[in-house]
Design a protein around this ligand. Structure first.
Ligand code: PRP
Ligand code: URA
Length: 209
């Protein structure tokens, strides 16, 4: 079974509290999502592989460990996942970015696919799938299905707010995928929205609705 990491860092808790508030502006929401993603990314990238390279300091030649930056892919689930990409890229600027487009059918709450474009060598990359919300888990599970169908193997899922139902569903669908969460919430409501949550992440990021 996969590992689930819920962050207890005060900065992450504070910023996550800020994005929940209904009077947080679109501009602030976007900036906070970026900042939280970067803080979470710092820990979620802990196990990234390093390679030994030779460099020259002003004093001498030496061997140092550097990231295999070209081995990373960030895959946001559109739309809301896009808000988490810049924070991750600030940490791993050489990562490639794939996109999976999914929306939840408002009646059935089932994910509907409309786009998928991944790096050709996705099978060789450490993949960070990002989406602010894990509600029923349907979107995350479907996105990871697409990625695996195209050869993706080493996958981590990162979200800001998760419902227990979504965590359970994602673990069941993809027991090999570790899950990083800024906050674990109480439950889903009758519309499959997370309670207390933050509302519709896509609408709050882009000012729609
Ligand atoms: C939201 C969110 C997730 C999904 C989570 O996207 O960003 O992708 O819902 O719900 P689930 O776990 O029940 O599948 P939405 O479908 O609203 O699309 P959007 O990002 O385009 O607004
Ligand atoms: N999608 C969202 O954006 N928010 C929720 O609470 C659930 C699904």
């Amino acid at each position: 079974m996969s590992n689930v990491y819920v962050f207890d860092h005060p900065l992450i808790q504070h910023k996550t509290a800020m994005i929940r508030k209904e009077d947080t502006s679109v501009k602030d929401f976007r900036e906070l999502v970026r900042e939280i993603s970067m803080l979470m990314g710092y820990e979620a990238t802990r196990k990234l592989p390093l390679e030994e390279v030779e460099i020259t300091t002003p004093i001498c030649d030496t061997k140092v460990n550097m990231l295999k930056g070209e081995d990373i892919a960030i895959v946001p689930i559109l739309r809301a996942g896009l808000g988490m990409v810049d924070g991750m890229l600030a940490l791993v600027p050489n990562a490639k970015v794939g996109h999976v487009g999914l929306y939840r059918d408002p009646e059935t709450h089932e994910p509907v696919e409309y786009y998928c474009k991944l790096p050709n060598d996705i099978d060789k990359r450490e993949i960070f799938v990002v989406d602010p919300m894990l509600a029923t888990g349907g979107s995350a599970a479907a996105a990871i299905d697409f990625i695996k169908a195209r050869g993706g193997k080493k996958i981590i899922f990162m979200c800001l707010i998760a419902a227990p139902e979504g965590i359970e569903a994602l673990q069941k669908a993809h027991p090999d995928v570790d899950i990083f969460i800024a906050a674990k919430d109480e439950k889903l409501n009758e519309n499959a929205y997370i309670v207390p949550g933050l509302g519709d992440a896509g609408d709050r990021l882009y000012g729609t609705k």
